[in-house]
Write a protein that binds this ligand. Structure first.
Ligand SMILES: [Zn+2]
Length: 108
């Protein structure tokens, strides 16, 4: 995982109070992913939990909203996909005030 992606993962892990979990990003070859018709080369971003390890599997470079989205699914497993999308938007919008508030602005 690239350094910039990793810094974002660490930031959001802390912002969402998931410090006790290890978050790993696992690159997946798109040719190993099939779509609903069984054709290889599909895109994938998905999270899986294994004890205290959260793994985000992805066929492409993660964007910040991917990271927030997957961590929110883990943090709030009861929330619907729609609600997680809404929360992701909200967190992206409030990101600047989070940085200012926690003094973490320098990390980015
Ligand atoms: Zn989702």
């Amino acid at each position: 995982m690239g350094n910039r992606v990793y810094r974002k993962v660490l930031f959001w892990r802390e912002a969402l109070r998931l410090e006790r979990y290890v978050v790993q990003v696992v690159a997946v070859d798109p040719m190993q992913v099939t779509n609903e018709n069984g054709n290889a080369g599909a895109a994938l971003v998905g999270g899986m939990v294994d004890g205290e390890i959260v793994r985000i599997y992805t066929t492409r470079r993660l964007k910040e909203d991917d990271i927030i989205h997957e961590l929110l699914h883990f943090r709030y497993p009861q929330e619907s996909e729609e609600e997680v999308r809404r929360m992701t938007e909200e967190m992206l919008i409030s990101r600047n005030s989070i940085y200012m508030g926690s003094g973490m602005k320098e990390r980015f």
